[in-house]
Unconditional design. Sequence first.
Length: 254
Amino acid sequence: MGAIIQLGIFAALAGFAFLSAAVKILREYERGVVFRLGRYVGVKGPGIVFLVPFVDKLVKVDLRIVTLDIPTQDVITRDNVSVKINAVVYFRVIGPEKAIIEVDNFLYATSQLAQTTLRSVAGTCELDELLADREKINGKLQNLLDEDTDAWGIKVSKVELKHIDLPEVMQRAMAKQAEAERERRAKVIAADGELQASAKLTEASKIMGESPITIQLRYLQTLTEVSAENSSTVVFPIPIEMLKAFQAMSDKAD
């Protein structure tokens, strides 16, 4: 009786092992690269995949977008500035058979290629380009990586520079440059204001010279403004025109 039970348990385990080797279930985002006695026979999935037990071997490949972080790289730019740069790469597998057959560990290979490409591209740029033209550099990196990984069945959809760390000496120099630029703009704005004010004053003097009454109106306006102040003593100058009027009256009296 015990031997029968042991035989039944052995048969159950053998059946379970057979089913495990013969039936595979792949999710919607997975594909299975099938090898039969070491030879590639096709890509299966998603859903249930039937294999020949102990003859077929299935290698799963994830088709979802992979976010690959590129470690910080020490780069010397074209204008001999030492910087530290890191980036992030977004890619996905579009050819599962190529990703398994053409390259050993496509994830590691893509990471190494991204690092060397980042150093190469950043080394051909000046510091100002790295700081101001990130979109252009991102596009260049993406095109180069996509072209190089095409043989591996990989599609690079996006590359983004994350951080560009500058030496402290360069940071202080850039801060001084920015401060000098702000001072220059302030002086230019002040000079433009003085130029416009002088033009308006010249125009106003011409108008007052043509119409003396405007001088009197301006004088009365000044008196109104002065009277509003809390001054203890106010000295009012007498206009020359008023003195001329008094002189004319005295001449008539004589």
